[in-house]
Design a protein around this ligand. Structure first.
Ligand SMILES: NC(=O)c1ccc[n+]([C@@H]2O[C@H](COP(=O)([O-])OP(=O)(O)OC[C@H]3O[C@@H](n4cnc5c(N)ncnc54)[C@H](O)[C@@H]3O)[C@@H](O)[C@H]2O)c1
Ligand SMILES: O=C(CO)[C@@H](O)[C@H](O)[C@H](O)[C@H](O)COP(=O)(O)O
Ligand SMILES: [Zn+2]
Length: 418
C-alpha cells in the first residue's frame, strides 16, 4: 500500500515515518512494583512468608545465596526451614565483606544459577545477608537471563534501612566504589530485625550512619530520637522491648506503652522513619533521572575515601566522615549554626562513628569531588544540610573551601571522642 511520506504509523508507542519507512521510534514504559515487609521470626518453619511469591503461591525450588559469617550463624536454620517445607534448595556461600564485592562474586552466583537450573520466573533467588551480599546477588540476578527475580532478607542494619529498600545493585570495580551495577529492585524484601541481635556494635554503628543521613537531610524528629536514644539503640542492637522479655512494671512509661502497642518504641520508630524517609526520596526518582538527590548526602567524598581506606573504613563510617565534613562546610557557609554542628558531631560520636579520617586531604577530597561531578552529569549537586532536617544543593564548592573545612574538622574531631 503506497503511503505519503508524512504518514505516521502509530501502534501504541511504535512510530514509523516515511515510505519506505526511514525512521522508527519505539516508546514504552516499564512499570515496577516491589514490596518491603516488616516480619518476625522469618526462619521459623511455621512461617511461610519466605516462600510466598507476590501471588501468594509457594514455589518448590530455591537457590539461596548468603555469606560465610551469616551461614555460620543461621545456615542450619535456613537449611532446616527449606527442608521442613519440602523445597529442593541449594545454598551458595560467598566470602563476606567489602573486599569481596566484585565481579568474581557475581559470576560465582550466575554459575550457581546455571548449575541449579533455576526457572527464571517461578523460582526467585533468595539473598540472605548484608548490603554487600545483596548488592552482589541483585546484580547477578539482574544480569542472569537479562533479569531473574530475587528476594532480599537483610541481616544487617544497613541492609534493613538502606541496601534492602532501594533499587541499586552493583560491585566495586577498577578501584572504584559501585562502579558496575544496575537498577534492579528485589520483588520482595523481608525485614526481620532479630537478625541484628548477632551483629557486632561496629556494624550497628555502620547502619546508624545511613539512618543519621536521612535525619540530617529530611527528618529532625529522627535526629532527636538518635540524639536521645542512640546510645541505647547501639547497646540493645535496635531490639524492641517486647523482644527482650516482659516489661517490668517500673519500666519508663514509653516502654510500657510500647509493650502494649500504644506507642512506637524508639528502635521501631527509628527504623520505620529511616525506611519511610528513604522510600519517599527513592520512589519518585527510582532511576535517578534527576541527579539532585538528598539521599546522596554523605556520598560525595565517601566513595573515594572508602575505597582508598579499604578495608579499614566500613561504608557507613566513610559516610559519617563525609557528613561531618559537609556539616562543618555548611556551618562555615552559615547554613548550620555552630551549636547544630556540635550537636551533629556529638551524636556521631555517641553512635560510635568516626567524624574525621586522615584521608581527608586536599588531594583526596579534590579527586573525590571530580569523580562525583562525573557521576552527577557534570555538576557537583552536593547536598548540604540546612539546620537539622533539611538540605539544599550547591555546585560551587572549591578545593580551598574543602581544605579549610577539613582542617577545621580535624581540630573539632580531635575534641569529639567516640
Ligand atoms: N544498594 C544500595 O542501595 C545500598 C545502599 C546502602 C549501602 N549499600 C552497600 O552496602 C554495603 C554495606 O552493607 P553491610 O555493612 O551490610 O555489608 P556486609 O554485607 O559486608 O555485612 C557486614 C558484615 O556483617 C556480617 N553479617 C551480616 N549479617 C550479620 C548478622 N546478622 N550477624 C552478624 N554478622 C552479620 C557480614 O558477613 C559482614 O562480615 C556497602 O557495599 C554499600 O555500598 C548498598
Ligand atoms: O550507598 C547507597 C547506595 O549505594 C545509599 O546509601 C545512598 O543513599 C545513595 O544511593 C547514594 O547515591 C550512593 O549511591 P551510588 O554512589 O552507589 O550510586
Ligand atoms: Zn550509602
Amino acid at each position: 500500500m503506497q503511503q505519503d511520506t508524512q504518514t505516521m504509523r502509530n501502534n501504541d508507542g511504535l512510530f514509523a515515518v516515511g515510505s519506505p519507512v526511514t525512521h522508527w521510534s519505539v516508546q514504552t514504559s516499564n512499570p515496577v512494583q516491589y514490596e518491603i515487609r516488616a516480619c518476625e521470626n522469618l526462619l521459623d518453619p511455621g512461617n511461610s512468608t519466605i516462600l510466598e511469591d507476590a501471588s501468594g503461591s509457594s514455589g518448590q525450588r530455591r537457590l539461596i545465596v548468603t555469606d560465610g559469617v551469616v551461614d555460620s550463624l543461621y545456615g542450619d536454620r535456613v537449611r532446616a526451614y527449606f527442608d521442613h517445607h519440602g523445597v529442593e534448595h541449594r545454598v551458595l556461600v560467598l566470602n563476606d565483606g567489602e573486599t569481596h564485592k566484585s565481579m568474581d562474586a557475581v559470576l560465582q552466583v550466575t554459575e550457581a544459577l546455571d548449575a541449579f537450573g533455576i526457572d527464571r520466573r517461578r523460582e526467585p533467588v533468595i539473598a540472605i545477608g548484608g548490603g554487600v551480599l545483596m548488592d552482589i546477588v541483585g546484580f547477578a540476578a539482574s544480569l542472569y537471563r537479562r533479569s531473574t527475580p530475587f528476594i532480599r532478607i537483610p541481616t544487617t542494619l544497613i541492609g534493613l534501612v538502606d541496601a534492602g529498600v532501594g533499587a541499586k545493585t552493583g560491585v566495586n570495580h577498577n578501584g572504584h566504589k559501585n562502579r558496575l551495577g544496575t537498577y534492579f529492585p528485589a520483588d520482595r524484601t523481608l525485614l526481620d530485625r532479630s537478625f541484628l541481635a548477632t551483629l557486632d556494635a561496629r556494624h550497628i554503628s555502620n547502619g546508624l550512619a545511613e539512618i543519621l543521613k536521612i535525619a540530617l537531610i529530611k527528618d529532625a524528629r529522627l535526629f532527636d530520637l538518635l540524639e536521645q536514644h542512640g546510645a541505647d539503640l547501639l547497646r540493645n542492637k535496635l531490639q524492641s522491648p517486647a523482644a527482650v522479655g516482659p516489661t517490668p512494671a517500673d519500666a519508663p512509661v514509653d516502654q510500657r506503652l510500647a509493650a502494649r502497642g500504644l506507642h512506637l518504641d524508639p528502635a521501631t520508630e527509628v527504623v520505620e522513619r529511616a525506611i519511610q524517609g528513604m522510600l519517599e526520596e527513592l520512589q519518585p526518582n527510582l532511576w535517578e533521572k534527576v541527579l539532585e538527590r538528598v539521599v546522596d548526602y554523605g556520598h560525595t567524598f565517601s566513595p573515594t575515601i572508602e575505597m582508598h581506606a579499604l578495608p579499614a573504613l566500613l561504608h557507613g563510617e566513610a559516610v559519617a566522615v563525609d557528613m561531618a565534613l559537609t556539616t562543618v562546610l555548611a556551618e562555615r557557609r552559615g547554613l548550620v549554626s555552630s551549636y547544630q554542628r556540635d550537636r551533629v558531631l556529638d551524636v556521631m560520636a555517641r553512635l560510635g562513628l568516626p567524624v574525621w579520617h586522615p584521608l581527608c586531604t586536599p588531594e583526596v577530597l579534590g579527586d573525590a569531588l571530580r569523580d562525583t561531578v562525573r557521576h552527577r552529569d557534570g555538576k557537583q549537586r552536593l547536598p548540604l544540610p540546612v539546620g537539622i532536617g533539611s538540605a539544599l544543593f550547591v555546585n560551587d564548592v572549591t578545593e580551598g573551601e574543602l581544605a579549610a573545612a577539613a582542617e577545621s574538622l580535624a581540630a573539632l574531631g580531635s575534641g569529639v571522642s567516640r
